[in-house]
Design a protein around this ligand. Structure first.
Ligand SMILES: O=C1C[C@@H](O)[C@H](O)[C@@H](O)C1=O
Ligand SMILES: [Co+2]
Length: 298
């Protein structure tokens, strides 16, 4: 890949999982960002242990050569919580802007089951026409607000949410304006469809709208257990659904090639939440960095 176009980050979720903070509670913020830098990454997303004051956070990252590229934001437009979502979004955006990030990765969490004990296969929400309308209207507004700061909004399709499948991603992108982008997460698409072909088809189809990428690999045998035993998303994570690129079932070569051929400019973020007691985060960060160097040439 063209290393002038693409920067590599890693998410702190491998060190401490904000969806289940007991996973990795012993790992400090300083250890997390130091190990990211030592493994060869130049960017990070934001975790709950990161100081929220840019004046404090910036120097602690700069000294390690780490930039903030994005931070998760939950939206609740389909639930009708537009005013509250927009208020909170503005605070979040201002923090990211002060940190120098250009992208705001959002997930529509109305009726989401990702944090519940419900089986992830079989209970995801399916939005009504009105819920789709509210979601699209909300995201069109977020994109306008972000543009005033020179920033872009992207939607993180996610297991257990109303925007999970290729058809739902198509619908979301058809209903929203072109300045609403997509955060492409390899792991969530592979998991949802059990197919690398389907995962690649979404990438190929929506390349022009993709402005942020999460590189997540999947362990097929754990997904099979999740299906068979009707496990929740979080129980699957604890058992090891996800891992770093190069350690699971996904071949990332075509992902890198499609992005490179399209002249993708932006961040690729290794994001592999698993139990740090079973998968040492530094070891796995080094493993991911090596795989990307060998496979993407960057
Ligand atoms: O981007 C993400 C953020 C996490 O909180 C989430 O659950 C994970 O699966 C993900 O892809
Ligand atoms: Co992700």
């Amino acid at each position: 890949m063209n290393k002038d176009n693409v920067k590599l980050a890693i998410a702190p979720i491998g060190w401490t999982n904000d969806d289940m903070p007991e996973l990795g509670k012993e790992n400090t913020f300083q250890q997390t960002v130091s190990e990211m830098a030592l493994a060869g990454f130049s960017g990070s997303e934001v975790g709950s242990k990161y100081p929220r004051d840019p004046a404090v956070l910036k120097p602690m990252l700069e000294i390690r050569g780490i930039e903030i590229c994005n931070a998760w934001f939950s939206t609740f437009f389909a639930n009708g919580e537009k005013a509250k979502t927009i208020d909170e979004f503005i605070n979040h955006m201002n923090f990211l802007h002060a940190m120098g990030a250009k992208v705001i990765g959002c997930s529509e969490q109305s009726k989401s089951i990702q944090g519940t004990s419900l089986a992830v296969f079989g209970h995801k929400p399916v939005f009504t026409d009105e819920e789709w309308r509210l979601t699209a209207e909300g995201y069109n507004e977020l994109a306008k607000i972000a543009a005033e700061k020179g920033m872009q909004v992207c939607l993180h399709h996610h297991m257990g949410t109303g925007i999970q499948t290729p058809a739902e991603i198509d619908r979301f992108l058809a209903l929203t304006n072109d300045d609403v982008c997509l955060l492409y997460d390899t792991g969530h698409l592979y998991y949802s469809e059990n197919s690398e072909q389907a995962m690649l088809a979404v990438l190929e189809k929506h390349l022009s709208r993709i402005n942020h990428v999460h590189l997540k690999d999947v362990r097929d045998e754990v997904v099979a257990e999740v299906r068979k035993q009707q496990l929740s998303f979080l129980d699957g994570v604890k058992r090891g659904t996800f891992t770093v690129p190069g350690d699971g079932v996904i071949d990332f070569k075509p992902v890198f090639k499609l992005l490179d051929d399209a002249g993708y400019r932006g961040w690729m973020v290794v994001e592999a939440e698993q139990d740090p007691a079973l998968a040492n985060p530094f070891e796995y960060a080094v493993k991911a960095r090596k795989y990307i160097r060998e496979t993407a040439g960057i």
